[in-house]
Design a protein around this ligand. Structure first.
Ligand SMILES: Cc1cc2nc3c(=O)[nH]c(=O)nc-3n(C[C@H](O)[C@H](O)[C@H](O)COP(=O)(O)OP(=O)(O)OC[C@H]3O[C@@H](n4cnc5c(N)ncnc54)[C@H](O)[C@@H]3O)c2cc1C
Length: 271
């Protein structure tokens, strides 16, 4: 970091790159990637280094009959990024299991307890300090039946693989879902009760209302079966993707007065 600072170049921290939109012109600067990937367990606690694959952590916990991470099965990327973005699925997020996080703030290595991480839906203090590097997390899990946990994770994987075929070039959901309680009254009044899950309205619902499904710009396409899934059909560019994202945000803002927020993160000047 000292060398990076002295160089005057920009820096960016990445994990597996599964949730990034990188500018077509690339990123002129220093890309930092923490590669430590050890996992170890003692007394119902699991320590995970940030460079480990989240799926490896899920499998590690299940293999030891430790419950609490199985709903995260199939979320691509690293443990560090999962902490950074409070990754989750099926009503649960990693923050529910995090006891503390060890990270580097550019000067010194620090440890934050769960509350200091200020986790919220797909948010954390780390997202507001993009120059910090998560090194590891300590998680608290409960005893569970490995066979039943494996089955649950397997069922989730099956559903996920239908939504995101493994060969599809996509970054998962482009936009964050929205918290019903934070929506303007007019917009909230239009939302059918049946689409609200755990107090959240899927961004896909808004996108569907503005005709997003099947939209395209160059080779960048919105899936025709899911309005919050944008993929690259071959030779798509970041410029096309960003233009499509802007168009969708404008349509939703004009129709509902709602500002969609990207879940994906930009690298370079793509955004
Ligand atoms: C098919 C598909 C399905 C997905 N489904 C889900 C889902 O169900 N739920 C969900 O939450 N996400 C989902 N995602 C998004 C993605 O899996 C998560 O955002 C994941 O946490 C990204 O991990 P990564 O290592 O690839 O991070 P990257 O894409 O490399 O980086 C993401 C962000 O994390 C930061 N970061 C990475 N490592 C560190 C570190 N060590 N310290 C500090 N900051 C760091 C980066 O700066 C960047 O801003 C999906 C993605 C895909 C492609």
């Amino acid at each position: 970091m000292a060398v990076a600072r002295a160089s005057g170049l920009e820096t960016v921290v990445i994990g597996g790159g599964t949730n990034l939109i990188a500018a077509d012109s690339g990123f002129r600067g220093i890309v930092l990637r923490y590669r430590g990937s050890r996992l170890w367990a003692a007394n119902g606690r699991v320590q995970a280094e940030a460079g480990a694959e989240l799926q490896d952590l899920v499998d590690f916990a299940i293999g030891r009959g430790l419950a609490g991470l199985e709903t995260l099965a199939g979320i691509p990327g690293s443990v560090g990024a999962a902490v950074y973005g409070n990754a989750g699925a099926y009503g649960h997020s990693i923050s529910e299991r995090v006891l503390r996080v060890r990270f580097y703030d550019g000067r010194t290595v620090r440890v934050f307890e769960n509350e200091e991480c200020r986790f919220q839906y797909r948010e954390s203090v780390f997202k507001r300090h993009k120059d910090w590097i998560v090194f590891s997390a300590e998680l608290k899990l409960e005893a569970g039946d490995a066979h039943a946990l494996r089955e649950k994770a397997g069922d989730i994987l099956k559903v996920r693989n239908e939504k995101f075929p493994v060969t599809m070039k996509c970054a998962g959901s482009i936009f964050k879902n929205l918290l019903l309680r934070e929506l303007p009254g007019d917009a909230a009044a239009q939302i059918p009760e049946s689409v609200v899950r755990e107090g959240k309205v899927p961004a896909a619902w808004f996108l569907e209302q503005v005709g997003a499904k099947g939209m395209a710009r160059g080779d960048i396409r919105v899936a025709d079966y899911h309005a919050n899934l944008i993929y690259n059909a071959g030779a798509g560019t970041a410029a096309d993707l960003c233009a499509l994202i802007r168009e969708l945000k404008t349509r939703v803002a004009e129709r509902f007065g709602v500002e969609l927020e990207e879940e994906v993160q930009y690298v370079g000047t793509a955004g």
